[in-house]
Design a protein around this ligand. Sequence first.
Ligand SMILES: [Cu+2]
Length: 479
Amino acid sequence: MQRRDLLKIAGLAAAGSRLSGQQPMQMQSLLGPSAPPDVAKTDFTLQIGPVTVELAPNRVISTIGYNGTSPGPRLRMKEGVPVTVNVINDTDVPETVHFHGLLIPSDVDGSEEEGTPVVPPHGSRRYQFTPTPAGTRWYHTHTMAMDDLHRGSYTGMFGFLIVEGANNPGNFDQEHYLALRDWEPYFTNQAMDTDDLDASGPQPERPQVMDTRPVGLEVAADIFSINDKALGAGDPIRVKAGERVMFHVLNASAIENRHLALPGHKFNVIALDGNPVPTPAPVDVLMLGPGERIDAWVEMNQPGVWILGAPEDPVREGGLGIVIEYANQRRTPQWVAPPKSSWDYTIFGKPPSQPAPTERLDMLFEKVPRGAGKFNIFTVNGKQGPHDQEFLLKQGTRYRLTFHNRTDDAHPLHVHRHQLEIAEIYGKATSGVIKDTVVVPTYGRASVDFTADQPGLTLFHCHIQQHMDFGFKALMRYA
Ligand SMILES: [Cu+2]
């Protein structure tokens, strides 16, 4: 034994003698001086495993979810207070949990493309981050699904994540969290298209010569729910005349943009994607692309029993709705089609006051129809993802990113880890509407401004799972 080792032992012995008679907690801190102080602390545990969802007594879905339920538990975090989320993967495939709408580093954001380590099969991984900004966020799996409709966001792996800030949004008599979902998806080349409800705007990207090749397969579903219940199967939301009810709505679909209406009532929209809007405004119909959230309150001033649901009959009748029941009202829930309306982000904005950023990025999207039995593919600037050397960001620079949607779908476009301010959409200029996901209309164009202030790989993609899987993505990189 060498002299150096003897000194070490002597040192330890001395430390031990100083500790004798002291509390075990201090002993622990002596033994692990280099371990992070929070390693033993877990604020949230998400356990990935098989779940069953009883949408209705005769409709039970088997899928994968978090903590035995779908939606998963609602996670409440405090803005600026670090958290540890322990994810346990009880399945046979690697998983990732994406914290959608948070400004957090790439290694915990929950995207393999950005370099977040996966949660190995039958293993676990801790995500440690400081949640910001405040607002209605959510979490979900971010794996690829490709042709497997039992993977990725086709499963039940999603839930609300609420970041509480210093400001309370106001006093409401009730508060409800509504996640819009579809189940048991299938491939078809005749997908029901609900975008026509919003297709009244200009179409500057409509090609001179249309691509008439036969379309390939896309994904559709006929079974729907709000949270884990189909329309009529769960308890109604019971209200009293005069109450103000806050709804936090999430489109957790992997497939399609959704609309929501409540006959005789207006939604007073106060936040989009969790971010307060400059001009709160009442609307008859909400529209949310996959990934989007809306916070809106409703004044309950039409006593009766109503269906809060999708305006499209097959979607609502397939389960996308929930009953609103006023006190002392007993009758069959009523549905009345809402007034014709087009969703318009700009009514919640304010006139632009800043000059446009001079640094520009352009993304042009096309769909390649692949014919019967094959999957359509999507391109960004003529190529499928990853585009990992094409979009180089300079730290601290503000960019204007313009989306050119040269396809016949409205796409929900999501940029990770950054906030997007809508600058122009439907041919209208606006400002102050801060989003993480923006639905760009069929053949439409939209510009968003963002500041490159979150170094690290940053994923851009369409939030429709199949579009992302088949090319609709790009990786932005800090130079
Ligand atoms: Cu898309």
